[in-house]
Design a protein around this ligand. Structure first.
Ligand code: AMP
Ligand code: MG
Length: 479
């Protein structure tokens, strides 16, 4: 299908008009294509060829609107760094409508009703980061919004320096956030909350539609999806950086990529966001924060779902729902196929050992995927081998309880432990080149991101230890 043939629907506009405001994209000057994801294009049946047409640029720039499109921005509130802010909403994102179950949204299309005093724009730097990482997360098997493409332009915007403005087109099965519920709860508009629940069920959880107790069940499924999402972040070493409730998806997706990072050397307390002075959103705090965020979400449902029942589910979250979700993913990373209760302790001991060993998190698991009892390859990558050595004694004992053949285990582990992840220093190099008009490294990183578990000899330099000067750096929130 070509860009011209895209037909969109806008079911969100059937909600009360307090849920959104109609928006008009404000085009960038002299737009040009930076990159597109052929893999994301397939999801909406868009030909790769038509992504290279001028019409594709027009689509992202808002100068071409597909049939049925009625651009709008969504209203939401949210707890930012623990403090409630009732006035958020899509300040720079404009929804064009949905097709094939994907809601298309341009980010950086100019100020909207919800922009307050901000410019509604996105720096090329932050669009590239969002674009590459959302595609990378998808190929790592982690639930996420997707990104169809990016355009750059001549338009300049003010951040800490003057920067180039750009637009990234994002796609999601849902853009509803915990903060969308918070807006109507704090406004005291409980009838709108029911309307929102019904919308969420229709969009994301249609199997609940005819169920009794459907709002409670919706709460449970959102809680469980959040547990498995954050468990997968912990297991892959992803730090979101801004886990405010407005950045929490009701569909259990990773959304709003800002000052995120993949771990370099394993540091449980690593804080990737420079504005996060107390480490509220450190790597190690992410599970606790996910619990805190669901607690806030549960409050918004308290007039339509029994608070006691939700509290019981929240207690289970900490006691076993999150820990089980996390241990399940870690079992895969460790090549364990028999479920044993003691695995939780084995994983906890590994986390302590990794923290004390100064070892690259991704490299450790990739190396462990070829483990056959010979510890030399592991000693080669850790600074402090003694603690890891003690843990390997436990791991050897644990492996002896498995029935799977060693070669099969190694093969499966190589499919669970990526060789390639996008570290911030790589993204920064691609951004600096792109700012000079060279998009080749964006393309290279997209390719690498699409093949995280493969051996790509020509891209060997993107693996291994992070150069010392780039390890565990903090990033600015400005985007
Ligand atoms: P974020 O940190 O990107 O999740 O954004 C937090 C809130 O600020 C959301 O309501 C955004 O829409 C809004 N926002 C961030 N940057 C801009 C911008 N440049 N223009 C307008 N709104 C923005
Ligand atoms: Mg956000």
């Amino acid at each position: 299908m070509s860009v011209d043939s895209i037909k969109l629907q806008t079911p969100y506009l059937s909600l009360d008009d307090e849920f959104y405001r109609l928006s008009e994209p404000i085009p960038l000057e002299e737009p040009y294509l930076v990159s597109f994801s052929a893999d994301a294009a397939k999801l909406i049946d868009l030909d790769e060829k038509s992504c290279k047409d001028k019409k594709f640029i027009d689509l992202l720039n808002g100068t071409f609107l597909p049939e049925g499109s009625k651009p709008f921005s969504m209203c939401y509130a949210g707890h930012q760094f623990g403090h409630f802010n009732p006035w958020l909403g899509d300040g720079r994102a404009i929804n064009l409508g949905s097709t094939h179950g994907w809601n298309l949204q341009t980010k950086g299309s100019g100020d909207t009703y919800y922009a307050r005093t901000a410019d509604g724009r996105s720096a090329l730097r932050s669009s590239i980061r969002e674009y590459l990482m959302s595609e990378a997360m998808h190929h790592l098997g982690i639930p996420t919004t997707r990104a169809l493409g990016i355009i750059g332009s001549k338009t300049q915007i003010i951040r800490s320096n003057m920067e180039k403005a750009s637009i990234v087109m994002r796609m999601s099965e849902s853009w509803v956030r915990f903060g969308t519920f918070e807006y109507f709860y704090y406004m005291g508009e409980h009838d709108k909350l029911e309307e929102l629940c019904d919308y969420v069920i229709a969009e994301s959880y249609p199997h609940l539609n005819d169920e009794e107790d459907k709002y409670y069940k919706m709460f449970c499924v959102i809680l469980e999806k959040t547990a498995s999402l954050v468990a997968s972040w912990q297991a892959i070493g992803f730090c979101h950086g801004v886990m405010n409730t407005d950045n929490m998806s009701i569909a259990g997706l990773t959304i709003d990529y800002g000052p995120y990072a993949m771990l370099d050397d394993f540091n449980y307390n690593y804080v990737c966001n420079n504005s996060d002075r107390v480490g509220r959103y450190s790597y190690g705090e992410q599970p606790n924060i996910s619990y805190w965020n669901i607690t806030k979400f549960s409050k918004t449902l308290s007039k339509i779902v029994s608070p006691e029942r939700m509290q019981k589910k929240l207690d289970d979250y900490g006691d076993f729902i999150f820990p089980n979700a996390y241990v399940d993913v870690m079992r895969k990373k460790l090549g364990l196929y028999v479920d044993l209760e003691s695995d939780r302790e084995l994983v906890e001991k590994l986390v302590v050992a990794l923290h004390e060993s100064y070892v690259d998190y991704t490299l450790f698991f990739r190396t462990l995927s070829r483990y056959s009892g010979d510890r030399m390859p592991i000693y080669d990558i850790v600074m402090e081998p003694v603690v890891i050595d003690n843990w390997l004694i436990l791991y050897d004992e644990r492996l002896s309880l498995e029935t799977i053949a060693q070669a099969d285990r190694q093969e499966l582990m190589l499919k669970s432990n990526p060789k390639y992840i996008l570290k911030n220093f790589m993204l920064q190099e691609a951004i600096e080149l792109a700012q000079k008009g060279d998009f080749s490294m964006v393309e290279t990183l997209l390719y690498v991101a699409e093949h995280p578990y493969d051996e790509l000899p020509e891209y060997e330099h993107f693996t291994g230890d992070t150069p010392e000067e780039h390890k565990n750096i903090g990033l600015s929130c400005s985007s």
